[in-house]
Design a protein around this ligand. Structure first.
Ligand code: FES
Length: 153
């Protein structure tokens, strides 16, 4: 998260709320310029990422937080995929069957979930959407058609 040194909000950012309110709530799902974004607080840090899991659209706001391989991850409640909240990388455990005894190790799939920049200015929390042209798998669940389906259920 960017620091509070600047006095004006970043350009192209959206006010999400007051830091204290977000910390109290722990998690906030909000619509930011047509995108569903989860803002969460964990151990003093605020993170923002697409709220629908890249795998099948699961509600990440209901996931547990775990520290895995030195990264803070959210665990999707639907199929337990782990996603690094810092950079959106998919994290999984693998076993090399040729190495005995079998020993699971953590691996990374690359960035799957779009994460967004969080900035705090005088207690106000802003999100700047990550609008990189690179297609990420979580983008699929941000289409108007899919979001409409989710919000109806
Ligand atoms: Fe998230 Fe399947 S929808 S793990």
């Amino acid at each position: 998260m960017a620091s509070d040194e600047d006095v004006s909000p970043p350009t192209h950012s959206y006010l999400i709320g007051q830091r204290d309110d977000i910390i109290r709530a722990s998690r906030v799902v909000t619509s930011v310029n047509g995108r569903d974004v989860l803002v969460l607080h964990h151990q003093g840090e605020l993170y923002a990422l697409d709220s629908h899991c890249y795998h099948a659209g699961g509600p990440l706001q209901n996931g547990d937080i775990e520290e895995v391989a030195g990264r803070v991850c959210i665990v999707c409640p639907w199929h337990k995929y782990k996603i690094s909240v810092c950079d959106g990388e998919g994290v999984y455990q693998a076993v090399d069957p040729s190495v005995k005894p079998l020993k699971p190790r953590w691996c990374f799939k690359g960035v799957k979930q779009r994460v967004h920049k969080v900035t705090e200015v005088k207690g106000h929390v802003y999100i700047t959407l990550n609008t990189s042209a690179e297609h990420l798998e979580s983008d699929h669940y941000q289409t108007p058609k899919y979001r409409e389906t989710l919000h109806r259920n």
